[in-house]
Design a protein around this ligand. Structure first.
Ligand SMILES: Nc1ncnc2c1ncn2[C@@H]1O[C@H](COP(=O)(O)OP(=O)(O)OP(=O)(O)O)[C@@H](O)[C@H]1O
Length: 217
């Protein structure tokens, strides 16, 4: 569950202060899925980064699974970030590693002593079983994004934040990827917050919010 109250965040551009998020409120109940829309520059990525513990809010209150983010010190924040999955528009795969190595990489870093038991079911669900020894540049955009989703899911995240994961895909592939992502998250009870520019993809979500002038419409 994600709760946000009166969240404010500004960027400084020289002497100018630019308010990006202004008294923002949000509630995403446990296991629910939120689609986050808004014009370019409206602050979607900024909000995602604050919720992921990558940026610090100026003021306001954020609670994720009953844990107040502002109360976490740096080691606790690092632990928090381990429990979330991040999916990016540009996939962020390591080009010198195979698909299998890419999917396992973060799990090995986060849980060096644990077996990746979910590897096979996740790879099969995403239809990647025949691509495991392939390098990322030999894959289509949709396939690369499925590798990004597999990598995020393997860490057994409580929450996934996805920043325009279909930004580089055509309409058909976008629907395939979002359908897979939402289905796999639902099966696992994972909260999902996905930034998108596409209103056509919002049918897969429980909630749709549009950012404008620093708060939701
Ligand atoms: N590192 C930064 N330094 C200064 N300003 C920034 C920085 N990153 C983003 N901004 C500004 O903050 C505002 C919100 O940016 P953000 O990336 O959150 O928007 P967005 O809604 O995700 O946009 P898009 O849909 O184009 O990705 C924009 O005006 C942007 O120019």
């Amino acid at each position: 569950m994600i709760e946000v109250k009166d969240l404010c965040f500004s960027r400084h551009d020289g002497d100018n202060k630019h308010r990006i998020l202004n008294q923002l409120n949000l509630l995403v109940p446990a296991a629910q899925h939120l689609a986050l829309l808004g014009d370019s520059g409206s602050g979607k990525t900024t909000l995602l980064h604050i919720l992921a513990g990558l940026l610090q809010a100026d003021s306001g209150w954020i609670s994720v699974n009953n844990q107040a983010l502002s109360s976490l010190n740096e080691p606790a924040l690092a632990l928090y970030r381990r429990k979330i999955g991040l999916i990016f528009q540009h996939y962020q795969l390591l080009d010198c590693l195979t698909v299998k190595q890419n999917i396992l990489f973060q799990h090995k870093l986060n849980f060096p002593k644990q077996a990746a038991n979910e590897f096979e079911p996740i790879v099969n669900a995403l239809g990647l079983q025949n691509k495991l020894n392939t390098l990322p540049h030999q894959l289509s955009g949709g396939e690369q994004q499925r590798v990004g989703i597999a990598r995020a899911l393997l860490n057994k995240p409580q929450i996934i934040f996805a920043d325009e994961p279909t930004g580089n895909l055509d309409q058909k592939r976008s629907h395939q990827v979002v359908k897979l992502l939402t289905t796999l998250c639902r099966e696992r009870g994972i909260n999902l917050v996905m930034v998108t520019h596409s209103h056509q993809l919002t049918d897969y979500f429980d909630q749709v919010k549009v950012l404008r002038d620093g708060c939701f419409e």
